[in-house]
Design a protein around this ligand. Structure first.
Ligand code: FAD
Length: 628
């Protein structure tokens, strides 16, 4: 068995914002670092991010600061967030954005030359640093440029550009390798040749993004098959918060070939409004009790807010995403939807055409090219789309370390930071803050290692046999199994969930697991997408089982988890995390775990009245003791 082998200190799996920032940090701390990515280098979800990166720099409204950002993030996540992560994120995001600027990022500016910041749902002040509606592209461009700058430095010092940081693009990792309890590397294959590769490394940082391809209607692209979530589980790490999935309220609904593609929240942040088929601006009917005092109750007040935020409350189109997605769902169900099954999002009557083209160039182009709609002249039709998973690898907030020694995770593949619902813009800043921390965590772990773990040949052989198994087997077509999984998750574990439906989904998933073990891919190992999908299916089914099991257990509605049979938030459930693990990948078990109480200096940032909406009586008694 001839397998290519590479030895590194740190292997970062994923080249989106989290992976690149982690790799830069590990290299800056003197570690030999590999960046491995399934897609082309530069093609990650981070590139698609439109709206911006949330950071309380206070450039547009000087009242903004980390404490306001922390409060908004906790409210958005309905207080289920890992508060330490939310604190680090709010405090460090501005430095990470300024650092990007120092590395060459060209953000849009305010009139007085500062980095401009835009409004977004759930953020009290304009907070998203942006580059038009192409922020993710600039973020990735800048991080890639930084990688190249480090490689140029390495050439000067070592005579080899790739001495300390090397990119392995179009290379998919299918198994993590361990030596006893500790990580010792990863096993994967090259997409083009189908040849196998082993990475020998004591530390692995997972930065593989999300799981959207388990759903039919999604804003995510082909590589979001939950690989990192599954790799972590199979290596013995835990996943938390897997029941919380963000359905972005505004995906394209027409034509069918583009259903799910994202319509950025910036459209609403910049003044766009949602209307039903009666022409009603319906969001005013859907302001939930916990947000009543923070949102405008009339159109006039909502409109005034765009120019005078000190004296008016924000319009309800800018409620957190879970609220807006549920409202759109309800309008369509009540028969007040648009002709193609969504609702109308109108910016054409709100801003001059030239302003729309300047602020939202990608949206203008996207609708013109894909739907033949001119958004400067007519409304868009939009509906919810599976967008982001709040759940992921349970990590230490400060270092990104998972439960398995040597394993780290950052970005969308990690869990905790966003609680039950992520605020828009908080992902790009999360990638930078926790990517850096995971890179540093991995470097510190290596420095403290007494001996280097070894790659165990038997495990390499098992991974090799597992990857080869579907090839040439006369089993079921992997595309059929994938389609059934997507439909099942979409229809039975979607925006609104019921116990019977989720149980039914679990029965289907159980059968799909068996079918996945028998799928066959025709053809050879050379660039064979059917074979790649057959391998990915193991991950999608495993992760879908986590989502469905946790969704069935959580008997309340909170953020990205809405139970038709348990419509309200329950403070007792707020304290509980559902932790998924597996023995051997054949099934998932879920255990409840109580979250630690919020640190005193953080809980004191909230008013007592607000806390009573989220906390248990016991926690309120604790709070009264602290507040005295
Ligand atoms: P990604 O950027 O997706 O990178 C994942 C990487 O992992 C890729 O390189 C992939 O090839 C690699 N990978 C996956 N599996 C494997 C494997 N098995 N082996 C090797 N490599 C693997 N958030 C915001 O904050 N603001 C926004 O404005 C915003 N807009 C968005 C718009 C769209 C259309 C979408 C889809 C998301 C948006 N988000 C936004 C969310 C945000 O972009 C993502 O959550 C974030 O970019 C995820 O970054 P990441 O580094 O965790 O993963």
């Amino acid at each position: 068995m001839e397998i290519e082998r590479h030895e590194y200190d740190v292997v970062v799996i994923g080249a989106g914002g989290a992976g690149l920032r982690a790799a830069i940090e590990a290299r800056q701390q003197g570690k030999r670092t590999a960046i491995v990515c399934k897609s082309l280098f530069g093609k990650a979800h981070t590139v698609m991010a439109e709206g911006g990166a949330a950071a309380a720099m206070g450039n547009v409204n000087p009242d903004d600061n980390w404490m306001v950002h922390f409060r908004d993030t906790m409210r958005g996540g309905k207080f289920l967030n890992n508060w330490r992560m939310a604190e680090l994120h709010a405090k460090e995001a501005p430095d990470r954005v300024w650092e990007l600027e120092a590395w060459g990022a060209l953000f849009d500016r305010t009139k007085d030359g500062k980095i401009s910041q835009r409004n977004f749902g759930g953020h009290e002040y304009p907070r998203l640093a942006h580059v038009g509606d192409r922020t993710g592209l600039e973020l990735i461009r800048t991080l890639q440029q930084r990688v190249v700058a480090l490689q140029q430095e390495d050439f000067e010092t070592h005579g080899d550009h790739e001495a300390y940081i090397k990119v392995f693009a179009e290379c998919t990792v299918t198994r993590l390798l361990k030596d006893g309890d500790r990580i010792s590397g990863g096993f994967g294959y090259w997409r083009e040749s189908g040849n196998f590769v082993v990475f020998d490394a004591p530390a692995v940082v997972l930065a593989t993004g999300g799981i959207g391809k388990s759903y039919v209607v999604t804003s995510n692209s082909w590589e979001y098959t939950g690989d990192g979530h599954a790799l972590a589980l199979l290596a013995g790490a835990n996943l938390i918060n897997m029941e919380f999935i963000q359905f972005h309220p505004t995906g394209m609904v027409w034509p069918p070939s583009v259903r799910g593609i994202l319509v950025t929240e910036s459209v609403r942040g910049d003044g766009g409004v949602l209307r039903n088929s009666d022409g009603e601006r319906f969001m005013f009917k859907y302001i939930p009790e916990v947000f009543k005092d923070k949102y405008a109750t009339t159109e006039e007040e909502g409109d005034r807010w765009y120019t005078d935020q000190a004296n008016n409350r924000r319009p309800p189109e800018l409620l957190p995403r879970d609220e807006v997605a549920r409202a759109i769902n309800a309008e369509v169900k009540a028969g007040r939807g648009s002709p193609q099954g969504g609702v109308f999002l109108d910016v054409s009557t709100r801003l001059p055409a030239e302003e729309i083209k300047r602020r939202l160039p990608s949206m203008h182009h996207q609708f013109k090219e894909l739907a033949d709609v001119d958004i400067t002249a007519e409304p868009m039709q939009v509906g919810p789309t599976c967008h982001y998973i709040m759940g992921g690898v349970e990590v230490d907030a400060d270092t990104g370390a998972a439960a398995v020694p040597g394993l780290f995770a950052a970005g969308e593949v990690s869990g905790g930071m966003h609680g039950s619902n992520r605020l828009g813009g908080n992902s790009l800043s999360d990638l930078l803050v926790f990517g850096r921390r995971a890179g540093a965590g991995a470097a510190a772990y290596i420095d403290a290692l007494p001996t280097r773990p070894k790659v165990v040949q038997e495990l390499v052989e098992e991974a090799h046999a597992e990857a080869l198994a579907p090839l040439g087997r006369s089993g079921e077509n992997p595309y059929e199994v994938h389609h059934e999984l997507q439909r099942t998750m979409n229809d039975l574990v979607g925006i609104i969930r019921k116990a019977e439906e989720v149980s039914e989904a679990l029965e289907v998933v159980e059968k799909l697991k068996e079918r996945v073990r028998l799928v066959g891919a025709a053809g050879s190992r050379i660039y064979n997408p059917g074979w790649h999908l057959a391998i990915d299916l193991r991950n999608m089914v495993l992760v879908s089982e986590c989502v469905a099991r946790a969704a069935l257990l959580r008997e309340e509605s909170r953020g990205g988890h809405t139970r038709d049979d348990f419509p309200g938030m329950n403070p007792v459930w707020r304290r509980k995390l559902l932790v998924c693990s597996t023995e051997d990948g054949s099934s998932v078990s879920v255990e409840e775990k109580v979250q630690p109480s919020m640190a005193d200096h953080l809980i004191k940032l909230f008013d007592r009245d607000e806390l009573t909406k989220y906390l248990t009586d016991e926690e309120m008694t604790e709070f009264d003791g602290i507040a005295k």
